[in-house]
Structures are given as C-alpha cells and as structure tokens.
Design a protein around this ligand. Structure first.
Ligand code: ADP
Ligand code: MG
Length: 321
C-alpha cells in the first residue's frame, strides 16, 4: 500500500461521529467548530519504540497507550476530550500491523466519542505522536498551581503496577509470577485506563490535579512547586494492588509506587470540607481513590510511616535528558 492508501484504508474510513468537525481527514487542515463559552485544552505526546514501550509490544497496545497517555493529560485538567490527530512514523507498510494498530486506536477513541481529524504518515523508526484537544470552562480547569495548604491529597486506583509490569518485560527471568497477576500487571503497563470521567467529576470538587506518568513523588512535586506549597505523605496509605504486594517486598512496593512511571492515575487535592462531596461523586463512578497525605505551607515533600518514622526517598522520576 502507498501512503494515501494507508491513510484512507486504516484511518479515514472509520465512522465520523462529531458535528463540530466541519472537515476532517483529507484536506490540508481540519476545520473545527468551537464554543465561545469554553476553553480549548490541547496536549501532545510522543511514544518512541524501545523508549516508551518494549519493541515487541503488540500494535493494538501501542496504539491504545499512545492515545491513553494523551487522554490522561486531558483527564488531569478536567477536560472533555473531542478530537485527536495522529502522526505515525513507520519502518514499513505492514498491513497486518496497521490493521491491529488502527483497531487498538479506535477502540479507545470511540469510548470517548472522539474523532480522528488528521495526522501525518512518514517512514522511519517506529514513533507515534498523538495530539488531543477537548473543552473545559476556565473555572473548572484543574491546574497544577492551585493546591492550597490544608488540602487533602488523593490518588485514584493503585500505584506501582505498571512499574512492576515494565520490570517483568525487561527481566522476565527474575520473577516467578502467577498467570493472573502477570496478566494484570502487563495490562496496567500496556493499557492504562485514562481517568477521564474522574477528571470530569473533580471539576466541582477540586482545582488541582496532575496525572502520574513519571512516578507519584516526581509528579506531586510538580504540583507543590507550581503551587508554592509542601506536603506530607503517609507511605502506609499508598494504594497497592494485591498483584504488586504478592510479588515484591513491601519496601519495593513503596519504592515502585513512589518512583515508577506509567501508572496514569490522577493525583489531586481537595479542601477538607469537600471530602464528603468527593465520596459521593466517586461512588457513582465506581472509581477507587485514597487519601495519602496533606498539603502544607512548609515547602518540600515529607514522607513518613503511619507510626511517625521518617521514610527516606530519592525522588527520581523518569527524565529523557
Ligand atoms: P499534507 O501533504 O498536506 O501534509 P498529508 O498528505 O500528510 O497532507 O495528509 C493528507 C490528509 O491525511 C491530511 O488531511 C492529513 O491530516 C491526513 N492524515 C495523514 N496521515 C494521517 C494519519 N496517520 N491519521 C489520520 N489522518 C492522517
Ligand atoms: Mg503531511
């Protein structure tokens, strides 16, 4: 297949479901209708084979993750997703690979009634860039710079699973993990579930969130720096899955929960008097969440065990350079 056949067959044919797309794939640019009452929120992320996912990852999972990590960024801003673009750099035009990739991509895109509105297709080492755009009002946006001393700090889901999943991919010989735990951990690595509905529910409850892509400690530190505050966390409250606890020591589990990336859960802050509201809203969503600490005036991140002993941590999120 040639470039235009690839675009047409695998990407342009998929159903088009949005009225705000006046012109989608096929011209020099997409034409989109915006709403004067809302802000546009936009975010882009690139996944490079061998850096962001192991070379042998399935095309479905690569596509799913490329979109999921972007949706996670919108979730962390309280944004309703709408449109996506896809820049694909491919080493060859393998049609089975492209078919599987487009299935993975659209399976997630359709869950959020989004539309693919354009992209670019080039030859080279496998690299996927997805850009997503959505809507939020100025009052409802969740920002990193809005944490206030006294707020409680929460995270959704469990932490550290994707980190152990990655170690399993890199050093399978080191682990002897049962099939169910292994599947769960690899699923957490390859198919992160972007917390879009949680982000939307937080609009009325929180002003401040971030998604955990580089590890809780590093990502929470971004909130603290931007908001010019500090925090204390209780490591015994970190939410850990059974699959994680079954297969590593508790100290390793804390380490993974704090420092490994790729979980794509949300970390957010809530004023203490809104805790009840949070409970009601998240019960409806069936979204697990845990209070792990609180925001304080004094800058810096302080970690301790429940009995008050200090927990020493080297904050070390993933950095490319
Ligand atoms: P141009 O030459 O103007 O850059 P292209 O030939 O790159 O246009 O793309 C033709 C059309 O196909 C454009 O509308 C573009 O947005 C779309 N497109 C290209 N690659 C992709 C892709 N991987 N996914 C979705 N749309 C794509
Ligand atoms: Mg182009």
């Amino acid at each position: 297949m040639h470039e235009f056949e690839i675009i047409n067959h695998f990407f342009a044919q998929h159903k088009k479901n949005r009225q705000d797309v006046i012109l989608g794939i096929g011209d020099d640019a997409a034409l989109l209708k915006t709403n004067p009452d809302q802000l546009l929120a936009t975010s882009v992320d690139t996944l490079v084979a061998g850096i962001h996912f192991p070379e042998n990852t399935s095309p479905q999972d690569i596509a799913y993750k490329a979109l999921a990590v972007n949706l996670s960024d919108l979730a962390a801003m309280g944004v309703t997703p709408a449109w996506a673009t896809l820049a694909l750099t491919l080493p060859n035009n393998n049609e089975d690979w492209l078919k599987a990739f487009s299935e993975g991509f659209f399976s997630l895109l359709d869950q959020y009634q989004m539309q693919l509105i354009g992209g670019d297709t080039t030859r080279g080492p496998l690299t996927i860039t997805v850009q997503v755009t959505g809507f939020v009002t100025e009052q409802n946006a969740l920002r990193r710079d809005q944490a206030q001393a006294g707020d409680l700090i929460y995270v959704t889901g469990t932490l550290g699973d994707a980190g152990l999943g990655l170690q399993l991919c890199q050093h399978p010989e080191k682990y002897n993990i049962n099939g169910a735990d292994k599947n769960y951990l690899l699923q957490r690595l390859h198919r992160p579930d972007p917390r879009v509905t949680a982000g939307l529910a937080l609009q009325q409850i929180s002003h401040c969130a971030i998604d955990i892509s580089d590890g809780l400690a590093a990502d929470l530190q971004h909130i603290l720096t931007a908001s010019k505050v500090g925090a204390s966390l209780n490591v015994d409250q970190l939410p850990l899955s059974a699959a994680l606890k079954n297969n590593v020591s508790i100290e390793q589990a804390y380490q993974l929960a704090l420092n490994s990336g790729d979980d794509y859960e949300l970390c957010f802050t809530v004023a203490a008097e809104k805790a009840e509201l949070l409970k009601t809203a998240f019960a409806k969503l069936n979204c697990e969440y845990t209070c792990i600490g609180k925001v304080e005036q004094q800058v810096g991140l302080r970690l301790q065990y429940a009995d008050g002993r200090k927990y020493e941590i080297k904050v070390q999120g993933y950095q490319h350079f």
